[in-house]
Design a protein around this ligand. Structure first.
Ligand SMILES: Nc1ncnc2c1ncn2[C@@H]1O[C@H](COP(=O)(O)OP(=O)(O)OP(=O)(O)O)[C@@H](O)[C@H]1O
Ligand SMILES: [Mg+2]
Length: 1002
């Protein structure tokens, strides 16, 4: 680090203490992110330098990188910095080396690493996600060995990719022993500074702490200055410096330096003060400083020498002079840095316009050196910058194209897009642009669009591609490019749910190239056309096009396009109800993609395969297919990319369905709660399956974070609200449950544009709520309400049936899971109408079968209830025990409580072990004081219900006894309690803490 550490740290005890406490949290396994902010020169760097020294003492691995001013020239510079520094240090041979060796994507960031594009076929964003995943993986690996402190300095200068990376890490950190500390200047953050929204987003995360550095107190300043001057300062100067520095340590140091040499008035503005210090230097040293200020904060020695026009010995003397005056400090092996960025800014601002242009021009000339361009990372981007500043348009143009390519190689699509866009905007201003850039204008626009999409800006990509297609025209000479542009446009439009436009774009892409000679581009366009056509009701065109894609891919020897077409064909077979064939096609696609190592197609195939296996109840196969896919996605850092996260939840759901809940839980716990992207929201919603079924506190926290996503992501809403409906049921809040279920049904209706099989589950849950409410209304004798509820239930069961029939895909067939939920919807519908025929629940149990452990146990609970009501007590007992055993084994607490409740009401055992505890009446020492001591268990049950205000009829229904029997119990109770009325008995019960409503639902 270039900060000169002079004198002990003063003030900042509170801030240092807070940061240390955060390190302790991190070391204990709750990752933290600290945002250290403050004005320039206030002491951010100094504070984190002290912190890193402390962290090292505490056994942390410390990685430090900083952003460079003007230099989004090298994407991920701070990260690359941190890695380079660490790779050169003692860590190099230890865990860091392993962590890097395991992740070739990362070593691309290091200097002298071979370039080369990550293998991502053409999935947008793939490369960057891969890189982010790799960074996360590397940090996690390091943190296994010892806690890690990652410091990223001067984030206000960060490139967009670095900002995205910081956001990504802050959100996904989970249990890693990792602390991330970033610093940024508050006075640099103008209103539209790109770091602002990032900070706003970050500070909402609970793991993020803001540490704002204010001015140092006068006494801290006095201490600092005294120690710097060795106590040689007279009180008057000291006082004046303190007043003027306004708590800014750097300012104070500069004032002090000026005070010790200057006679007379001290300049007022900091810039003047800094410039005044340079003015005392020799002309040669001043020249070096001016060159350095144009170069950037970090100065390459050789470059600066050449640009300065000084001879070597003269130049060396000049640099030595600047260093002696604490204006420059050595930085790394090959250069210098300004002692403080403010100094560079002041000098740069003081240059005359012509002087500035000339220096930029000189630097551009020097940078344009072929060898340098090839060897020193970021040279092209710098060359572009200097060329532009010196109005050398052709050079700026060519360098922008090169910088774009370099950013592409570094998986920094946002920067690549910026450079390509820059080049495009210069296209018309240069002679012979094709020769300069080595590509056509169309190709350049195509690259720009792809990098925009990869950086997440699909809308921008669509804009550029549309303009490109218009520019190319129908009779385009470059037919391949026309085809590619159309195919990408269709692909992105599908992403934006603009299906019709996508179909049209893909069709035009196919038409752009002739069938002969075969090309992979045309095959790919056919494949994307087929996928776009999948959104149509009529499957024939999609099938025809997918088959053409397959044939074209074979003819063009493009096996990855072939594998992709096979997946689409599998989806079509599935829609046609030919499941075996679908599984076969998905399997073939998967194997082929594996062989060809096209990861995105492989993951797409794995996803489809695991999904069908799960739906058809082949839970083992589903979990192993999905698990393998997750491992592959992990290796490539793609766990949050499309199909990567899908495979994650399928893996988890397969274990969940099979009742392997501890395993499922450990997977769900890894799904972040503080969601910030649709992928994360979907995963967190999925985690609710188990969190709700186990009634874990995580439900509330997940819900808080998910809510805001429901409006943005229909799928997350569908999963999340469906489970929140179940959660409400378990809590006995049927009204909320019904409302959430209704919202879930609407969400999936909107997502699938009509009723489809996924609607069955929330409909069944809603029906359950309505059935419960109808039973209550019936017991209360509220006929009008019963009628209204039955009407709602009737509407809902129709929706479930329509979803099962899947009118948009009449030939498709429901899987085991779908049929199980449909049977449950029918059983709930029967219950809503006041029926309680065990046959319905037996059907649910039979359809799900023993494989779906939890769903079967849940259904056995209702089955036992119906059997008890039908006085088939032995069977009821058996079902109840089976359900209780399963609920105990998997830890389904709410279900277990419902089973105990049923057992109590129906007087059945809920454990097969020695008979349940408790005898006929309560006895013991407390009896004398306990007015309820004389009541039997049954009477206590009745009293509990009576105390909640239930009528004899309701009590009878609840306890599976005739209303008349209930009334006999009530009179006995009144007698034993010596109560004159039901109200008085209720009062006694309340006084004894009896009368809380029983839990129902689920
Ligand atoms: N609390 C402190 N005790 C002693 N010296 C300090 C303290 N804070 C800052 N300094 C000194 O003041 C100078 C400026 O501090 P520093 O470089 O840390 O500022 P900064 O906030 O990082 O500025 P910038 O935004 O420009 O990076 C350094 O020489 C540093 O050693
Ligand atoms: Mg600093």
């Amino acid at each position: 680090m270039t900060v000169a550490v002079r004198g002990p740290l003063v003030g900042r005890r509170a801030e240092f203490g807070r940061l240390r406490a955060l390190l302790r949290d991190a070391a204990a396994g709750s990752p933290v992110v600290a945002l250290v902010s403050g004005d320039a020169g206030v002491g951010k760097t100094r504070l984190v330098a002290e912190l890193s020294a402390q962290a090292r003492l505490d056994g942390f691995t410390v990685l430090t990188g900083r952003c460079a001013e003007l230099a989004d020239t090298v994407p991920y510079l701070p990260l690359a910095d941190a890695l380079r520094e660490a790779a050169a240090g003692p860590l190099a041979s230890g865990p860091l080396a392993d962590a890097l060796a395991d992740r070739p994507v990362l070593s691309r960031l290091l200097p002298d690493a071979p370039g080369g594009q990550p293998a991502g076929a053409d999935t947008p964003g793939f490369a960057q996600q891969q890189l982010f995943g790799a960074v996360l993986g590397m940090l996690s690996d390091l943190a296994e060995a010892s806690p890690v402190l990652l410091i990223l300095e001067d984030l206000h200068w960060a490139d967009r990719s670095t900002r995205d990376l910081v956001t990504f890490l802050s959100r996904v950190l989970h249990r890693e022993r990792l602390a991330i500390v970033v610093t940024y200047r508050t006075d640099d953050l103008h209103r539209r500074h790109p770091l602002r929204p990032v900070l706003a987003e970050l500070s909402r995360l609970p793991s993020v702490t803001t540490v704002a550095l204010g001015p140092l107190t006068p006494s801290a300043m006095a201490e600092h200055l005294t120690s710097l001057s060795g106590g040689m300062l007279d009180a008057e100067v000291l006082d004046s410096v303190i007043t003027r520095a306004e708590g800014n340590a750097y300012y104070a140091e500069e004032l002090l330096a000026a005070a010790s040499t200057c006679v007379g008035e001290l300049p007022a503005r900091l810039a003047d003060l800094l410039l005044a210090r340079t003015e005392r230097l020799s002309p040669a040293a001043q020249q070096v400083l001016r060159v350095a200020a144009v170069t950037g904060r970090r100065v390459d020695d050789e470059l600066a020498r050449q640009a300065s026009g000084l001879a070597a010995p003269e130049y060396d003397d000049a640099v030595r002079e600047a260093v002696a005056h604490q204006l420059l400090v050595p930085d790394g092996e090959r250069g210098y840095a300004f002692r403080h960025a403010l100094l560079r800014e002041a000098i740069y601002a003081d240059l005359l316009p012509g002087e500035r242009t000339r220096l930029h021009g000189r630097l551009a000339e020097l940078l344009a050196d072929e060898r340098r361009l090839a060897e020193v990372r970021g040279t092209a981007a710098e060359l572009a910058r200097h060329s532009l500043a010196s109005h050398e348009i052709p050079r700026a143009f060519a360098a922008s194209v090169e910088a774009g390519k370099e950013a592409d190689r570094l998986a920094a699509p946002a920067e690549a897009h910026r450079h390509y866009d820059q080049a495009l905007s210069l296209w018309d201003r240069v002679k012979d642009p094709e020769k300069l850039s080595g590509m056509t204008r169309g190709k350049l626009a195509f690259e720009s669009a792809n990098s925009a999409a990869a950086s997440g800006d699909i809308i921008r990509a669509v804009q550029i591609l549309r303009r490109l297609i218009e520019f190319l025209g129908d009779g385009s000479a470059d037919r391949k490019l026309r085809c590619r542009a159309g195919e990408r446009l269709a692909y992105f439009l599908l992403d934006l749910d603009e299906d019709e436009a996508a179909i049209a774009a893909a069709e035009a892409a196919v038409a752009a190239l002739p069938q002969e000679p075969p090309t992979w581009q045309r095959a790919r366009a056919l494949g994307t056309h087929a996928r776009a056509l999948l959104t149509m009701k009529d499957e024939a065109p999609a099938r025809a096009q997918a088959q053409s894609a397959l044939a074209a891919a074979r003819a063009a020897a493009a096996p990855w396009v072939e594998a992709d077409a096979l997946v689409t064909l599998g989806q079509l077979s599935e829609l046609d109800g030919r499941i075996e064939e679908a599984i076969d096609l998905f399997t073939r696609a998967h194997q082929q993609a594996l062989r060809e190592t096209v990861l995105d197609v492989e993951l797409r195939a794995a996803f489809q395969l695991a999904r069908v296996q799960l739906e058809w109840g082949d839970l083992d196969a589903a979990s192993s297919t999905a698990h393998h896919g997750v491992l592959r996605a992990e290796e490539a850092g793609l766990v949050l990319a499309p199909y990567g996260y899908d495979l994650q939840y399928l893996h988890y759901l397969a274990h969940y369905a099979a009742g392997e809940w501890d395993h499922a839980q450990s997977l769900a716990d890894g799904f972040v709660t503080r969601v910030a992207s649709p992928a994360e929201a979907r995963l967190s919603a999925m985690a609710l399956f188990i969190d709700v079924a186990r009634d874990r506190p995580a439900v509330a926290e997940r819900q808080t974070w998910l809510r805001s996503f429901f409006a943005k992501d229909r799928f997350a809403e569908y999963i999340g609200r469906g489970l929140l409906a179940e959660h409400a049921l378990w809590r006995g809040d049927q009204e909320t449950a019904a409302a959430e279920a209704e919202a879930t049904v609407r969400a999936i209706e909107a997502y699938d544009r009509g009723f489809s099989p996924p609607v069955i589950r929330p409909a069944a849950v809603g029906l359950c709520a309505l059935a419960d409410l109808a039973w209550q209304a019936r017991a209360a004798g509220d006929a009008a309400r019963v009628e209204a509820l039955v009407q709602s239930a009737s509407d809902l069961v129709e929706i479930a049936r329509e979803g099962a029939a899947f009118p948009a895909r009449p030939k498709s067939v429901l899987g085991v899971d779908g049929r199980g939920w449909l049977a449950r919807a029918e059983a709930e519908w029967h219950r809503a109408q006041g029926g309680n025929d065990p046959g319905y629940w037996q059907a649910v149990v039979d359809v799900f079968g023993p494989g779906f452990v939890y769903e079967t146990a849940r259904s056995r609970w209702r089955l036992a209830e119906a059997l008890a009501a039908a006085s088939r007590r032995d069977e009821a007992q058996q079902e109840l025990l089976l359900a209780a055993e399963a609920a105990d084994r998997i830890g389904a607490t709410p279900l277990r409580a419902a089973l105990s409740d049923l057992a109590r009401r129906a007087r059945l055992a809920d454990r097969s072990a020695p008979a349940a505890a408790g005898s006929g009446s309560r006895t013991g020492g407390a009896a004398a004081r306990d007015p309820l001591a004389g009541l039997t268990e049954r009477e206590l049950e009745v009293l509990r219900l009576l105390a909640t205000g239930q009528t004899n009829k309701e009590i009878g229904a609840e306890l599976f006894i005739a209303p008349k029997t209930a009334s006999v119990h009530v009179s006995n109770i009144l007698g034993k309690l010596g109560a004159a009325s039901r109200t008085e008995a209720a009062a006694i019960a309340h006084a004894q803490g009896v009368g809380l409503p029983a839990r129902r639902g689920g």
